[in-house]
Design a protein around this ligand. Structure first.
Ligand SMILES: Nc1ncnc2c1ncn2[C@@H]1O[C@H](COP(=O)(O)OP(=O)(O)O[C@H]2O[C@H](CO)[C@@H](O)[C@H](O)[C@H]2O)[C@@H](O)[C@H]1O
Length: 618
């Protein structure tokens, strides 16, 4: 499509005094914010996030069981959240588990791992753990959204702290093989029970930037993981049920007895069910299961076919409300619910979202389950990997910079404009990066584009959706704005470009309807790009309003709005644009505050270790 011509160049641009030529006159004082949301004390989720006060500054750790031990977190299997109950799952019969069909084969141990990167945290005197992550995604080889970044970053942090971490993934045809090193077969004949028979699989091992990864490749006409993309198929429930079963079967056959099996989202939430229904009886009594829920919207709700496929059978047992029976549909099974019931601990990705899901109507029907299991449920704010997302070392950037040379950020702004053929003028760049999913507040994103242009800003969007209708809407918008020298919409997934946008933009917009944690605002903070966010979920736990916060000035790092409407959005985005033009020194101070915020994996890494220790010691 014909691209807009690059208009006459002006100087590239940090915040400067005075409005740009042609910009509307703005009031000198920022409009009154509607943002007065509750504060962001890092806390376990069973307590509503309290209003910020100086006395409630963040504690060093989010999960501190030494002082307040829960009365009865379950040690094994379902129903155990009821105080003091100790329910052992009934042994599965051999035919239940489908083992009759299982030829054995020798497991070849993986080779010596690459040396670990240099230690960046103080050594802690605690026994190291063997942790296995079972996951549908991991950056950068299989990434759809933020889950992928979390698995990579958390695994790295746990390994740096002296733990042995292994990751099990499907062997997708779309894996970024250029990031996998020394890929080789380690287990040739893994037979995974499936319906009345078993599916033959091969397991591969490879290093992904030092992470130890196993890849399961099934050989069957179902062609589970050779589909050209990760999600979006009618049989997704069965594809991931199979993967969860295969991962557990591999652990058992390979004689691996991890201390912790850590699963992610509904896709792998059956692994704890299989652990306690099949594998505990087969000798896997050692592992404890932790489930992290990155988004309650997707739960894997399905029918009884699942039980036949996986060998669970016994509909009367699994349709039970206390196990996998969906809270709303009597004849449906809910995989995510099963994961909550059977795991020894369940986390979500911010304390605020933990509260919202349990008590704020955001649990998509799982509220009663979270209440039943509240003693083993909590929120841990995600970190981001500062080896990847750090403007001081980011090799995607033409010019690297840090908090001590913020001016160099504007070389990247110029480069971004050049790449996207935007006018080089004094305007601030407002950006949006994310999946084009209704969750992300798409009506407000659309409104923000026009609002920002009208207020004398530029707008850059990078996003895509598996929903063709949504993509088409944004393509329409792109055509409509094609002649604007101040706007560029990039519909697609482009990791390289995302780095340049994080560095080159001035403001990052995250107007989500709901947001479990949100990584874009965390990355933006690191790059000194000021987040404008809605006060929900992890956004409320990590962004503190410049004008309206109980936080000390040096901790304020962005702008927030409460109400999901255009007035709310305009109140926060308008203040950010005003500040850029009229109070450039304040804007630079905000940039410094943002870049100094620590959202590395250091603290969440310790939080997860505390959780692991807690469930191991019970
Ligand atoms: N088109 C594109 N091109 C390039 N990069 C793109 C892109 N679209 C998105 N990204 C990148 O993907 C990541 C998305 O992070 P989010 O926090 O928005 O995750 P998401 O909503 O998918 O996941 C869920 O899980 C995460 C992790 O727990 C939670 O933070 C979140 O709230 C929850 O909804 C960021 O690193 C972003 O830069």
């Amino acid at each position: 499509m014909a691209k807009k011509p690059t208009p006459k160049k002006k100087t590239a641009a940090g915040p400067k005094s005075g409005p740009p030529a042609g910009a509307k006159a703005e009031p000198k004082t920022a409009p009154k914010a509607e943002t007065k949301g509750p504060g962001a004390m890092r806390t376990t989720a069973t307590t509503p996030a309290p209003k910020e006060t100086a006395a409630l500054r963040p504690r060093p750790l989010v999960v501190s069981f030494a002082s307040t031990p829960p009365a009865a977190a379950p040690a094994a299997g379902p129903d155990t959240a009821t105080a003091g109950a100790s329910v052992t799952a009934e042994p599965a019969t051999t035919s239940d588990a489908g083992y009759a069909h299982r030829p054995d084969s020798g497991y070849q141990p993986e080779p010596e791992p690459h040396p670990e990167p240099p230690q960046t945290v103080q050594p802690v005197h605690r026994p190291s753990l063997f942790i296995v992550q079972i996951t549908p995604e991991m950056a950068p080889i299989a990434k759809v959204g933020g889950l992928a970044d979390v698995v990579f970053g958390l695994s790295r942090e746990l390994a740096i702290r002296g733990n042995h971490v292994e990751i099990i993934l499907p062997k997708y045809d779309t894996l970024r093989y250029d990031h996998i090193f020394e890929l080789h077969e380690v287990y040739r004949d893994l037979w995974v029970p499936w319906y009345e028979g078993a599916i033959h699989c091969t397991v591969f091992f490879g290093f992904v930037h030092g992470r130890k990864c196993f890849f399961i490749e099934p050989h069957s006409h179902d062609n589970f993981f050779n589909r050209g993309s990760i999600y979006g198929f009618n049989d997704d429930v069965l594809r991931y049920a199979f993967f969860s079963r295969a991962a557990m079967e591999f652990l058992w056959k390979a004689g691996k007895h991890p201390d912790i099996i850590h699963c992610h989202d509904w896709q792998t939430a059956l692994a704890p069910v299989f652990l306690y229904e099949f594998y505990q009886q087969l000798g896997m009594t050692h592992p404890r299961a932790c489930l992290t829920i990155h988004n309650f919207k997707h739960q894997g709700v399905t029918g009884g076919e699942l039980l036949r496929a996986t060998g669970l059978h016994q509909p009367e047992r699994y349709f039970d409300w206390h196990r996998l029976g969906d809270n709303h549909h009597k004849n449906a099974l809910n995989i995510l619910k099963g994961g909550i019931v059977y795991s020894n601990f369940v986390t979500t990705v911010s304390p605020r979202y933990a509260f919202e899901t349990k008590d704020g109507g955001q649990g998509f029907g799982l509220e009663p389950t979270l209440h039943t299991h509240h003693m083993k449920y909590g929120g841990v704010v995600n970190g981001i990997d500062y080896d990847v997302w750090n403007p001081e070392v980011d090799h995607y950037l033409p010019t690297r910079y840090g908090v001590d040379n913020i001016d160099a950020k504007y070389d990247n702004k110029r480069a971004l404009r050049h790449r996207l053929m935007l006018a080089d003028n004094e305007k601030p760049i407002v950006a949006f990066i994310g999946r084009l999913d209704p969750q992300k507040g798409l009506e407000l994103v659309r409104h923000a584009i026009f609002y920002a242009l009208e207020r004398g800003a530029q707008f850059v969007l990078l996003g895509s959706s598996p929903d063709q209708g949504i993509n088409n809407d944004f393509w329409g918008l792109k055509h409509m704005l094609n002649d604007s020298p101040d706007c560029h919409l990039e519909i697609g997934f482009d990791e390289d470009l995302s780095h340049l946008i994080y560095a080159g933009a001035d403001v990052m917009l995250v107007p989500s309807q709901f947001e479990p944690c949100g990584l874009t605002q965390l990355i933006a903070l690191r790059y000194g790009t000021i987040p404008v966010v809605r006060t929900v979920g992890g956004l409320a736990d990590t962004v503190f309003d410049k004008d309206h916060s109980d936080r000390p000035l040096h901790e304020r790092n962005g702008y927030r709005f409460d109400n999901y409407d255009t007035a709310g959005l305009e109140s926060a985005l308008g203040r950010a644009i005003d500040c850029y033009y009229q109070y450039p020194d304040h804007f630079r101070e905000l940039i410094r505050n943002a870049m100094r915020s620590d959202y590395s994996w250091n603290r969440p890494g310790q939080d997860y270790l505390n959780i692991y220790d807690f469930i191991r010691n019970r």
